[in-house]
Design a protein around this ligand. Sequence first.
Ligand SMILES: CC(C)(COP(=O)(O)OP(=O)(O)OC[C@H]1O[C@@H](n2cnc3c(N)ncnc32)[C@H](O)[C@@H]1OP(=O)(O)O)[C@@H](O)C(=O)NCCC(=O)NCCS
Length: 409
Amino acid sequence: MKIRSTTDEDLDVYVDTVHAAFGHFPETPVEGGGLWWSALEMERCLLALAADGRPVGTAGAYGFELTLPGEAVVPVSGVTSVGVLPSHRRQGVLSAMMRHQLGDVRARGEFLAVLLASEAPIYGRFGYGPATYTARLTVPRHRAALAVPRARGLAGAPAAGAGDGSVEVLRRDECGEILEEVYDRYRRTQPGALSRPHRWWDLRAGQPPISPAPRYIAVHRDADGVPDGYASYAIESGTLTVDETISTDDTVFTALARFALEHDLVSQVVFRHVPPEHPLRRQLADFRAGEVGGYTDWLWVRLLDIPGALAARGWFMDGELVLDVEDPFLGERGRYLLTVRDGRADCVPTDREPDLSLDVGDLGSVYLGGTAPSTLVRAGHIRAHRPGAAALADVLFRAERSPHCLHWF
Ligand SMILES: CC(C)(COP(=O)(O)OP(=O)(O)OC[C@H]1O[C@@H](n2cnc3c(N)ncnc32)[C@H](O)[C@@H]1OP(=O)(O)O)[C@@H](O)C(=O)NCCC(=O)NCCS
């Protein structure tokens, strides 16, 4: 078997191979993201070829930016369209492509790769760990009242009127660059969020609201009329489904949620892609009215340069930890002293006794602050060598807010 990089000329054969591997014919531009392949970056894709030259496997990557805790924005590879023909499975084709691809990512100078996994058991062996999570919040319309925020009655609360703005409903095709601009501002402040390159919006490649699927857009504008948030939604059979609610400001998010929850002629409102701990549930006057469902992993993270990755993110507590990290897939191992002072980390090789021993995939899981190291200690995946080490790691790795990603790729 041979693995080679592709060019634009390989697009058709690449897409055909992906579809045969997944067992789907090419999508039409409807719900769920037709034309996804139009944004492929063919210079970052790989084809695996059988001895007779026939393509049997695909593995691609997009060049994205990922926001780390502390609003650090770094380039990453977003691994995509991974597939092996059913006739050639369990013969090591994927393993060979993963090895080749991780080498390419390193050669490009990127210190991490991310992906969305079709099945959870696939990617742990290649050093990926689930790092962000997402859920769906369903609220029956008749129990949708929002509570008056209690902090408003507390000392030091802002004067009434703060957060004034307006919501306007537009059709998706009327929104021009508003969505792209608002999303871009949002993703730079949200740990775990990925960029959506301009060509995605331009080509309408992806899931709603990027795709050509019909959608209404509730656009929020600040008191000066500048768009600062949006919610993309559709109504079917009495259910108003919000694809995504995007804003850098919690009060704007609440205004958009209120808009959806107060919509006439619907029996329930479903907010897709909300972080599992989102404050919206707490804002409902009836806490039990919001039902959290569809809880799932979203972004998986694979670290390739551990000191580089740890030094790149922001930190919120001072402390020191010695991490002993194993990377069985790449046959690497390292022990690092992580020292955090004033929001920055220094990470250097050490021969000090470790506080924690862990697999590189588990480090990927905790890296963005979305998985508590102590949970993985309790699960038997991370080994803590002294009392208090897991609790210290929990405090150190926590981000300013839960990491979340809602970009599908
Ligand atoms: C997932 C897929 C790419 C695996 O390709 P493959 O060439 O069969 O994988 P490999 O032969 O390299 O397998 C490597 C190891 O992973 C395991 N593995 C592979 N796919 C697995 C799966 N879906 N579930 C659990 N284990 C899996 C293999 O058993 C093997 O384990 P071993 O090393 O202990 O023997 C292929 O099954 C496929 O195309 N599936 C449909 C499309 C898909 O889901 N793609 C992933 C998109 S995110």
